[in-house]
Design a binder for this molecule. Structure first.
Ligand code: FES
Length: 197
């Protein structure tokens, strides 16, 4: 006999579908790319930050530079060379390299010759054996007091201002020179051109 009660129709159970290969690959790659991408972003950020900081630092340095003027440190023009008793008769060359001067003592006193040839500005050499200064550039010659007597030099070499400080040391000032231009009065006897010691 046929069963008159109708059994409820079985609903079809959803078939478990296998994940497609494409989806699987996508999930693998999307997971592995994430950290790489964030690393790249962090790297870019660091690069931009470094560039910004570098630019700011350069600008800051340029700004600060305005407060420090470009100073040109030149040799001192006024300096002490010792006591008169330190200098014997004749030409003393010990300050030639440091200050470009010679200290000379003669029968009248002590004076300082500025070691610059009056032709074109070379530094003459002191030749003790010849008792003269000789310029290596064009051959001008000067006697032990710096008076020209040969070559193209037009006049004697200049002398620097000299004075004694309160302790009795000789102070030389090469920014204050005494000269003897050709055909004009000599300044070599002026106050400050020689120390009568
Ligand atoms: S520079 Fe000294 S002779 Fe010319």
């Amino acid at each position: 006999m046929a069963n008159s009660t109708l059994e409820p129709a079985k609903t079809a159970e959803p078939r478990a579908t296998k994940p497609s290969l494409a989806k699987a690959l996508q999930s693998i790659f999307s997971k592995s790319e994430e950290p790489n991408e964030s690393k790249a972003i962090a790297k870019r950020r660091r690069f931009v930050m470094a560039a910004v900081l570098g630019t700011l630092s350069v600008n800051l340095l340029m700004f600060l530079r305005f407060f420090f003027p470009r100073a040109l440190y030149e040799p001192k023009t006024k300096f002490k060379i010792g006591y008169p008793s330190d200098f014997g008769f004749g030409v003393d060359t010990k300050f030639q390299n440091q200050h470009r001067i010679w200290v000379v003592r003669n029968t009248e006193g002590i004076f300082v010759i500025i070691a610059i040839c009056t032709h074109l500005g070379c530094t003459p050499d002191w030749k003790p054996s010849e008792n003269k200064f000789k310029c290596p550039c064009h051959g001008s010659g000067y006697d032990p007091e710096g008076i020209n007597f040969e070559g193209p030099a037009p006049r004697p070499m200049d002398r620097a201002h000299v004075e004694l400080d309160p302790e009795g040391q000789i102070v030389v000032d090469v920014s204050h020179a005494y000269s003897w231009p050709k055909g004009e009065r000599s300044q070599f006897g002026d106050d400050g051109a020689i120390l009568h010691v």
